[in-house]
Design a protein around this ligand. Sequence first.
Ligand SMILES: Nc1nc2c(c(=O)[nH]1)N[C@H]1C(S)=C(S)[C@@H](COP(=O)(O)OP(=O)(O)OC[C@H]3O[C@@H](n4cnc5c(=O)[nH]c(N)nc54)[C@H](O)[C@@H]3O)O[C@H]1N2
Ligand SMILES: Nc1nc2c(c(=O)[nH]1)N[C@H]1C(S)=C(S)[C@@H](COP(=O)(O)OP(=O)(O)OC[C@H]3O[C@@H](n4cnc5c(=O)[nH]c(N)nc54)[C@H](O)[C@@H]3O)O[C@H]1N2
Ligand code: SF4
Ligand SMILES: [Mo]
Length: 670
Amino acid sequence: MPEAILRTTACPLDCPDACTLEVTVEGDRLARVAGARTGNPVTDGFICGKVRRLPEHVHGEARLRQPMRRKGAKGSGRFEPISWDAALDLAAARLVETRDRFGGAAILPYSYGGSNGQLTQDTTDALLFRRLGASALARTVCAAPSGRAATGLYGKMPGVAYTDYPEARLIVVWGANPRTSGVHLVPWIHAARQRGARLVVVDPRVTSLAAQADLHLAPRPGTDVVLALAVIRELFASGRADREFLRRHARGHEELERRAARWSLEAAAEVCGLESGEIARFAELYAASSPAIVRCGWGVERNRNGGSAVAAILALPAVAGKFGVRGGGYTMSNSGAWKFAAFPVGDAPPPPRTINMNLLGEALRAEAEPPVRLLFVYNSNALATTPDQNAVRRGLAREDLFTVVFDAVATDTAAWADLLLPATTFVEHRELSRGYGAYALQLGEPVLPAVGEARGNYRVFGDLAVRCGVARREEIPAEAAWVEALLDSTGKGDALRAELAERGLGTPPDGEAPVQFVDVFPRTADRRVDLVPDELDREAPEGLYAFRAEPQEARYPLALISPASDRTTSSTFGQLHEGEVAARLHPRDAAARGIADGARIRMFNPLGEVICRARLSESLRPGVVELPKGLWQRHTENGSTACALAPATLTDLGGGACFNDARVEVEALP
Ligand SMILES: Nc1nc2c(c(=O)[nH]1)N[C@H]1C(S)=C(S)[C@@H](COP(=O)(O)OP(=O)(O)OC[C@H]3O[C@@H](n4cnc5c(=O)[nH]c(N)nc54)[C@H](O)[C@@H]3O)O[C@H]1N2
Ligand SMILES: Nc1nc2c(c(=O)[nH]1)N[C@H]1C(S)=C(S)[C@@H](COP(=O)(O)OP(=O)(O)OC[C@H]3O[C@@H](n4cnc5c(=O)[nH]c(N)nc54)[C@H](O)[C@@H]3O)O[C@H]1N2
Ligand code: SF4
Ligand SMILES: [Mo]
C-alpha cells in the first residue's frame, strides 16, 4: 500500500461555495476528498456528495487519458489514439486552414462552466482565439440576466456574506435551492432560525427549505417580476417604503413606484397564481423585520422576464430600507468582489462577430451566414447543457464541421468530436479560484500527477497559439508568473500573498463580510442605487419591469423546469450515474392524463420529445413538471433531456437562456 498523503486544495467547480478540500493521495491515485475542518468557516468540515465522488471522476472509466482522432462515423463515439504532437499539429492545421479559407468568423470557441478558476478560462485560450480572429462567444447560458440587473442597479456591489446570515431576523430565499446548489449556506440559515429568524421561500416547488419555511409562496414560473412589483407597490402604498433612504441613496424610485402601480395584490395574485393574502402577508413580514436578507437565486432568471424579475427583487431592500445593518440587504452573486486583470492578448483585432451561446443550434446550421466550420468545445458539455438540444445535435452531425472537444471525460458532446483532447482535472493542475457566494480566494496547486497524458488548458492553448503562428513562445507568461500578475491586479497583492501563505484564504479588498451601504456602496457613477437604469430600460424589449405573458400555447399547457440536482454540477459527474431519471409531475396533472406513478411517458413540444418515467409528487405546483438540469443521454430512454424542450429564446436582459420557458404536453406510453 502506498503511503497516504493528506493535502489541501480548493474546489473550483461552478458552485457558490468554493470549498477548501482535504484530499488523500495514495501513490498516483486520489483516494479520498473531504471538506477542510479548519481554516475555512464556510466549508466547516463538510462538502457535497458530488465532490466526495471525485476519485471516481478522476480515475473512472469515462476519463480521457490520451488524444484521439475520430475513426467511425460522426457521433459514433469511435476513436483511435494519436500522440499529443500529432493532435496539436492537426488542431493547429485545421484552425489555420479554416481561418485562411473561410475567415476567422468560421471558428467558434465554445466554453462555459467547467471551472470558476482564473487559469482555465480567459487566459491562453483568449490569446489563441483573439489572435486567430475567431468569432467571440457571449457566455450567457447562466447569470447573464441576473448579472445585467445587478450591474445596472448596484454595479455588482458585493452582497451579504453567508457568515452574516445569523444576524438576520428574516431571510427570504427567492428562486434558489441552497440545500442542493450551495449547501454551505444552509447551516447559517439554520443558525439564524435558532435565534428566532423567520424564513420565506419563493419557489414553484416545495424545496427542503420551503417545507420548513414560515411562508412559502409558489408562483407560476416566470411571474416573479409581478410578485416583487406587487410587494413594492404595497410598501409604497402603505407608507412603509423608506423614502429617506431612497432620497439619499437611490435614483429612479418615483419611476419604479409608477411602474409598480398597476400590480395591485389582486392583479398580481391572478398572474402569479397565488392568493392575494399570501402576498400581503409577505409584504407585511418583510416591512416589519430587520435585519432582513433576500437571497436571490438563479431560478428566477431562466425565463423571458428573468432580468426584470431579478431587478425587481434586488430593488426590494432599497425600497424597504433594509441596508446599512449587518445581516440586512441582499445576496445575489458575489463574483464582483474580486477584480482581476485581463490576459494580455496584444493588439489583436476585435472579433469579427459575437455568437450568443444559447443560440448554438442556430449558429451551427449549414445555412448560417457565415457558417461555423470549426467548433472548439472546452470547459463545457454543450450538447447536455444548451437550449434546443436537437438543433445542436444536428449541427454537430454536419460533415463539413470540424469539432474539437477538450475535456477530462468522454461527455455526450465528446462523442461528436473529430479530435478529442484529454484535460486535467482541478486536482491535477494549478487553479486560482473564488466562489460567487463565499468570498475567499484560494490557490490550488496540483495534488496529483496528470492522469494518463492529460494536459491543462493553460498549456494546451498556449502551445496551439505558438503552433498556429499567432504568438511567440516568449510572449506567453509562464503560468506561475500569470498567477502573480493576477494577485497584483487585485489591488492588494502582497497582503493577499501573506493571507494565502498564512491562512490559505485570501480576502477581497472590501473584506469578507461587508455591510452593504456601510462598507460597500453601489459601484454606479454616483454610488446610488439606480432603480430604473436607462441602459436596462432600453435593452428590455418592453422596457424594464415589463411582464411578458406566458409563452403559452393551449396545446402545451405544462411548464417544464429543470433545476439543479444533487447528483451533478450542471452536467459534470453525469457519467457516474447509471439508470434513467424520472420526470416529476403533480398527481393532479398526472390524473388528468391517465398517468400513474412509474409510468412510461412522452413529454413533448415542437422542439423535441423526452421519453422517460413519471414520478408523481405533491411537492410541485400543479401545472409544473420537473426534469433536472445536467442529465446525459443515458439518463432517458430516447437520449433527449430537458434541453431538448427548452426554447432558444432569450431573456429580456443579457441574452440569457430561457430553460424554464419550456412548455410541454405529457402523455402516457404503453
Ligand atoms: N448540486 C448542484 N449544485 C449546483 C449546480 C448543480 O447543477 N448541481 N449548478 C450550479 C450552477 S451552474 C448554478 S447557476 C447554481 C444554481 O442554483 P440555484 O440558484 O439554486 O438555481 P436552480 O437550481 O436553477 O433553481 C433554484 C430554484 O428556483 C426554482 N424556480 C424555477 N423557476 C422559477 C421561477 O420562475 N421563479 C422562482 N421564484 N423560482 C423558480 C426551482 O424550483 C429551484 O428550486 O447552482 C450551482 N450549484
Ligand atoms: N435544462 C437546463 N440546462 C441547463 C440549465 C438549466 O437550468 N436547465 N442551467 C445551465 C447552467 S446554470 C449552466 S452554468 C450551464 C453549464 O453548462 P456547462 O458549461 O456545459 O457545464 P458542465 O455541464 O459542468 O460541463 C463542464 C465541462 O467542462 C469540463 N472541464 C472541467 N474542468 C475543465 C478544464 O480545466 N479543462 C477542460 N478542457 N475541461 C474542463 C468538465 O469535465 C465538464 O464536462 O448549464 C446550463 N444548462
Ligand atoms: S461543488 Fe460546491 S459544495 Fe461541492 S465541494 Fe465544490 S464548492 Fe463545495
Ligand atoms: Mo449556472
